[in-house]
Design a protein around this ligand. Structure first.
Ligand SMILES: Nc1ncnc2c1ncn2[C@@H]1O[C@H](COP(=O)(O)OP(=O)(O)OP(=O)(O)O)[C@@H](O)[C@H]1O
Ligand SMILES: [Mg+2]
Length: 295
């Protein structure tokens, strides 16, 4: 049996519930991610998205189950996995520039100082940071700026797996749009695998190859895997005209509004794998167009 590049196998996470018992966040969750794939995970607050990401990053241990990446079990952090956290996690005593050079030096110990500096500055500039911001400490930056430093740092180490936990949450719409475009550019030129959490459906459709939908917790699970059947390169203004766009979007809205709750609760199965959802309206639309011409 061939395994996907990243394989999450029967993952369970339980935490003490604060009153002597325990709470099951998710149970026996299994899914895979192919090499080079861009996967986005969506689900209501508290269903366990960040917990899954911390386990993928090797920063938290699951109660049961394993994560296998490129044939090896994930057990601890690695520079092969770059993370942008919900809370940015910059080193507060280092300047903006040093927060990035520190990571680049660790990734490329043989690079000269100039190489490290040039590479780090390039990635900070890519997310719209430059000038005196380089010398400021995180406490002297706005939330959006801190988030951008964190994104630049993750991009700069070109990890095999890029883990992004609501990476654009603190950004204004304009900056968000331009950094989404940068992310797509960075990703398109590599065989990097991306696993990203967002609450923004339109962002998810624009960026993802596939969207994983989680039911509400406790006992949350990845219930569906929705393929974004819209060709790349995608453009935020044209994407809405694709015949599959609204079918996908409506499906996601329905899931979050209704089915994430209806499907909630334990399944009792030893393995919970998502169902595949694949929309293709292109043939129907082509037919309709043809017949309307004939009429
Ligand atoms: N260290 C911990 N100890 C106890 N409970 C925890 C711990 N970390 C997370 N939880 C609980 O696990 C559940 C899932 O948390 P998680 O942060 O993964 O959710 P999330 O899907 O990322 O939510 P959000 O969209 O709000 O970021 C929540 O009920 C949370 O309270
Ligand atoms: Mg979270």
């Amino acid at each position: 049996m061939t395994h996907p590049y990243l394989s999450v196998e029967q993952l369970t996470q339980r935490y003490p519930n604060g009153s002597g018992g325990e709470m099951t966040v998710f149970e026996n969750a299994s899914f895979g991610v192919e090499k080079g794939e861009f996967v986005v995970i969506i689900g209501h607050s508290g269903c366990g998205k960040s917990t899954i990401m911390s386990i993928l990053a090797g920063l938290a241990e699951s109660t049961e189950g394993v994560v296998i990446m490129d044939g090896a079990e994930v057990s601890g952090p690695s520079l092969d996995r770059g993370v942008v956290f919900q809370n940015y996690s910059l080193l507060p005593w280092l300047t903006t520039l040093k927060n990035v050079t520190f990571a680049v030096e660790a990734r490329h110990p043989n690079w000269s100082k100039d190489q490290v500096l040039e590479h780090s500055k390039k990635h900070l500039e890519m997310v719209g940071l430059n000038g005196d911001v380089f010398n400021r400490k995180p406490s002297q930056l706005s939330g959006g700026m801190r988030q951008r430093v964190s994104i630049a740092r993750a991009f700069a180490i070109s990890p095999k797996l890029l883990l992004l936990d609501e990476p654009f949450g603190a950004l204004d719409a304009l900056t968000r749009g331009s950094i989404q475009d940068e992310l797509l550019k960075v990703w398109a030129g590599t065989d990097q695998t991306v696993f990203m959490i967002t609450h923004d459906i339109d962002e998810a459709i624009l960026l993802a190859d596939r969207i994983l939908l989680m039911t509400n917790g406790p006992y949350a699970r990845v219930a569906e895997s929705v393929y974004i059947t819209i060709p790349r390169p995608r453009n935020r203004t044209e994407i809405v005209e694709h015949p599959n766009y609204y079918a996908i979007r409506n499906h996601l809205v329905q899931f979050l509004g209704k089915r994430s709750k209806e499907l909630a609760g334990p399944t009792g199965l030893v393995e919970n794998r998502p169902e595949t959802v694949h929309f293709d309206n292109t043939a129907t639309i082509a037919k309709t167009k043809k017949s309307s011409v004939a009429v």
